[in-house]
Design a protein around this ligand. Structure first.
Ligand SMILES: *Cc1c(COP(=O)(O)O)cnc(C)c1O
Length: 420
């Protein structure tokens, strides 16, 4: 039998072996997190008596959709919140965030990001970039933010000043994952501290979390520690690559009701919304999410470790604490970034035969290169890589349904980029 590794140059084989030994204890830590989270999810499926009939879904208005209501109760329980909205009609993470914010905010209110500028697509919804009809700006909702410190941490002095002097701040937003920035993602412990800080100065401020990429990477979630409202995507961590679309919100009951009024119509609110063929995928996806997220996190650890041994600049470092799926590799120039990205594409289960070409994308400001050969389009719980072609040429690598796939794809990409 020829082993998968034997096609690579000796030097790369030796590096892989060295990396395997180095990261083994770190991978074992991930296994412990997976076990903890899997136990909690299983307990909730048992507690809520999930049964075959919950998986069927409803049609038309979707009144009395017991499976839908049960899944939302499970999400609320898992995230230790009063209520949840888990719907196929929320088409993306961006849509979930936009729905949550439009639900909570009114004209003359201010949305304030304490973690620097928000993720690119959210800037469009706010109206900071682009000139999109129906943006928050058009509704007279104000936006403000405080840049992070040079170390990429929250500037607490600046936050304190804003909160004390601007009584129009109604929502304080925290983005857990780095998005297309080179800062570190914020751990749940850090978000806990931010939430407590905000509440101490302004107890009425609504603390909102963009949790995209974060779920299940730790044993805790921001909503365990006082965050009022939180958004995530079903085709990232929480859907395990099984959910075909959808996103979710969890949080305080009144805020979930407001978001539902915005998503659907005021009146029926969350009592409506058929789930047709989605429920089985949602239930199965959420059940598998602790495991699949663990696989992806292990893949990120391997990616960081192997690229570090190649001398590349990576963030987070292989042994740093992890709170999301994103692994950044900085290439400092266009060519290796495109080469590495292409290799990921060529080692994907779908569309392996195409070459990614840098291009403009709706909702993004710069040219983007993107590799994704996923079963669910844009599902970044599946292995993908992307990044804007601008300094410092940072490629964001995330996801992986199985550790084995990530290991194979990344080893091939390293071979293509550094050994050819
Ligand atoms: C992915 C992501 C979003 C938006 O999610 P989409 O499903 O791509 O719209 C928002 N914020 C962060 C930090 C993300 O990583």
């Amino acid at each position: 039998m020829t082993k998968w590794i034997e096609k690579f140059p000796q030097e790369l084989q030796a590096k892989v072996k060295q990396v395997d030994e180095m990261i083994a204890p770190k991978l074992a830590e991930v296994d412990e997190i997976v076990l903890h989270n899997q136990q909690r999810v299983l307990d909730l499926y048992r507690k809520h008596h999930v049964a075959e009939e919950d998986l069927v879904g409803s049609t038309g208005y979707g009144y009395d959709d017991i499976g839908r209501d049960k899944l939302e109760a499970i999400f609320a329980d898992y995230f230790k919140c009063e209520d949840a909205l888990v719907r196929p009609q929320i088409v993306s993470g961006t849509h979930a965030i936009s729905t949550a914010l439009f639900g909570a905010l009114r004209t003359k209110d201010t949305l304030y990001y304490m973690t620097g500028m928000p993720y690119d697509t959210i800037q469009q919804a706010i109206g900071i970039v682009g000139d999109n009809p129906g943006s928050m700006k058009e509704y007279g909702i104000n936006f403000d933010y405080s840049p992070l410190t040079a170390e990429g941490k929250v500037d607490y002095a600046a936050v304190e000043e804003k909160l004390k002097n601007d009584s129009s701040i109604k929502v304080v937003a925290i983005q857990r994952s780095r998005g297309y920035a080179t800062r570190d993602s914020f751990t749940v412990a850090e978000i806990k501290e931010m939430t407590a800080f905000v509440k101490k100065i302004n107890p009425n401020a609504i603390v909102f979390i963009d949790n995209c990429y974060g779920e299940f990477t730790e044993t805790d979630e921001p909503t365990f520690y006082g965050a009022d409202l939180m958004a995530g995507s079903m085709y990232k961590n929480a859907g395990a690559g099984v959910a075909k679309s959808g996103a979710f919100l969890v949080g305080r009951h009144d805020l979930i009701m407001q978001a539902a009024s915005r998503l659907f119509a005021p009146g029926p609110g969350k009592g409506e919304g058929a789930t047709y063929g989605y429920q089985r995928d949602f239930y199965r996806g959420f059940f598998l999410a602790p495991h699949v997220t663990g696989e992806a996190v292990k893949g990120s650890i391997y990616t960081a470790a192997l690229l570090e041994t190649m001398g590349a600049e990576v963030s987070p470092k292989w042994d740093a604490p992890r709170t999301d799926l994103v692994q950044t590799v900085v290439f400092h120039s266009e060519e290796p970034m495109i080469k590495f990205c292409a290799s990921i594409q060529h080692n994907s289960p779908l569309n392996a035969f195409v070459d990614p070409i840098p291009s403009e994308m709706d909702n993004y400001e710069d040219r983007i290169i993107m590799a994704s050969g996923s079963f669910i389009e844009g599902s970044t719980i599946e292995l993908s890589s992307d990044g804007p072609l601008r300094e410092p040429y940072a490629l964001y690598i995330q996801g992986g349904l199985s550790y084995a796939h990530v290991k194979i794809a990344i080893t091939n990409a390293v071979n293509e980029t550094y050994f050819k």
